[in-house]
Design a protein around this ligand. Structure first.
Ligand SMILES: [Zn+2]
Length: 493
């Protein structure tokens, strides 16, 4: 029964017309063992996740979080290489043998600025807390670790060859940690990569999303008394406004799927001083990384024009750049089969009550039914989503598949206080356990059947196209380790 579904995954992309080379079924005993291992670990890993939730850390500042995740992996016997690719909080953890497939699991960990919220269904910020896990990365990282630990003990007990890795990837929210790990070649020998993301539904759909380029545009003018000597001043804020004005006109003349957004991160100090410095932080997105680059070049022209017209000087710093996701159907189907085997989370009456109360605080009009958190959505492939993630870069150097689990009340958007709230309860940890089990099954299935990995790679090569060479959109810049020091809000993810 299982055999035919794994086979269908490869057959669906026309890679095994003559039948699979070796469709090896992960035995029911092995599946039960993996699920049981995560179940046994569930109370502990839920505690770890909630500890991270209670002490949220911003991108590249995840020192306590990364230490907690690394401690878990070390205790389970993983060898850890910390501080990789020039990022103190990034790590690669390895376990297994050196003579089989290499499967990686991604672990994100950063929180978002200004998103503080108690684990209650009404808006209640936590006094003195400057961040919150509004994207659920406390669950993301911990769930990834739990899955890898289960796979490691299964590799050992079953005598299966291969290496399981966890990539601790910092600063997903705009800092692009994975981009620097990919650029450093850390995925070079990885055969397939799996990850999951918290959400408000359960599904293993594999979609495209948006490539991004972000930059801070800085204008330098002349300060002067704004009333007594305005003619001697040249306003950097005028330049920012002129730039934004031109970009806003540009919207009518750009491809439909493009997105451009900005915030003014510095607009001067006082109205009676002509601002001699102002800064605007831009993000440009489009499904095609090449179009993103073309649009960004037009935004730079608007900045140059604004500087010319206001007699200010402009420079800009490229902050980040990520590829759009390259979906993989073979791995997606492995993930979908695994998710259906594990099953969706089921809520207690108290959790239902929490959900009902929280839904009253969600903008309508059409909210999904609470019961949908207990279901699994249809598997879909190659749809267009409008988010972005630095996992995009990973998907262009190794076959990659993702998974969503309902850690939030249905109808909750990522990056909202409602996401922080549910993520701090058993609703969040329950779905994390589902995700960990699913990743464990999917990973073990790939180790057990290398033909699946070969099929995923063949699809990957075809999707990338011949002669593809990965070039990071961030160029040679160093990881922006201090991008959160003047916290201005998320710009990607
Ligand atoms: Zn996220």
């Amino acid at each position: 029964m299982m055999r035919s579904s794994w086979f269908a995954a490869a057959a669906a992309v026309g890679l095994c017309a003559g039948g699979p080379a070796s469709a090896v079924e992960l035995s029911a005993v092995n599946q039960a063992g993996l699920i049981g291992a995560v179940d046994a670990d569930a109370p502990h890993i839920s505690e770890v996740a909630l500890k991270i939730w209670a002490a949220p850390e911003l991108g590249y500042q995840e020192t306590k979080t990364t230490a907690l995740l690394q401690d878990e992996l070390r205790a389970a016997g993983f060898a850890i290489e910390a501080g990789v690719a020039g990022m103190p909080t990034a790590f690669v953890a390895r376990a297994g043998t050196g003579d089989g497939p290499v499967i990686a699991i991604l672990a994100e960990m950063d929180a978002l600025p200004g998103m503080s919220q108690e684990a209650v269904p009404d808006r209640t910020p936590i006094a003195g807390q400057i961040a919150g896990h509004a994207c659920g990365h406390h669950l993301f990282g911990t769930g990834a670790v739990a899955a890898a630990v289960a796979i490691k003990s299964w590799l050992e007990s079953s005598g299966t060859k291969g290496q399981i890795r966890v990539y601790g990837t910092p600063a997903e929210e705009g800092g692009g940690g994975k981009v620097y790990m990919v650029r450093a070649g850390l995925f070079k020998d990885v055969d397939a990569t799996l990850y999951w993301h918290p959400g408000d539904a359960n599904n293993a759909s594999q979609d495209r999303n948006l490539a991004t380029t972000s930059a801070k545009f800085r204008f330098h003018g002349q300060s002067a008394h704004a009333a007594a000597a305005p003619d001697r001043g040249r306003s950097a804020l005028d330049a920012v406004e002129a730039m934004n004005f031109m970009v806003n006109y540009m919207r009518e003349h750009m491809p439909q799927d493009a997105r451009i957004h900005y915030v003014i991160t510095n607009g001067g100090a006082a109205p009676n001083i002509v601002p001699d410095f102002a800064e605007s932080y831009y993000v440009v997105r489009h499904p095609d990384p090449r179009v993103t680059g073309e649009l960004f070049a037009r935004v730079v022209k608007a900045a140059q024009g604004a500087a010319l017209g206001t007699e200010t000087k402009m420079d800009y710093e490229l902050i980040g750049g990520t590829y759009s996701a390259l979906p993989n159907d073979v791995l997606g189907r492995v993930m979908d089969t695994s998710l259906r085997r594990v099953g969706a989370p089921s809520w207690t009456p108290a959790e239902m009550q929490f959900g009902e109360k929280l839904q009253k605080n969600l903008p309508g009009p059409r909210l999904p039914a609470l019961a949908s958190a207990g279901g699994i959505r249809k598997y879909e492939y190659n749809g267009q989503k409008y988010s972005s993630t630095d996992s995009g870069d990973v998907s262009w150097v190794t076959p990659l598949a993702t998974l969503n689990a309902a850690t939030w009340v249905p109808g909750t958007a990522a990056h909202s206080w409602q996401a922080v709230a549910a993520g701090g309860t058993s609703i969040g940890t329950k779905a994390m356990v589902v995700a960990a089990k699913t990743l464990a099954l999917a990973g073990a299935q790939l180790f057990a059947d290398p033909a699946l990995i070969a099929a995923a790679k063949a699809e990957f090569d075809k999707s990338r196209g011949p002669g593809f060479v990965y070039k990071p959109l961030v160029g040679e810049r160093a990881p922006p380790l201090n991008y959160r020091n003047n916290a201005t809000g998320p710009d990607a993810g």
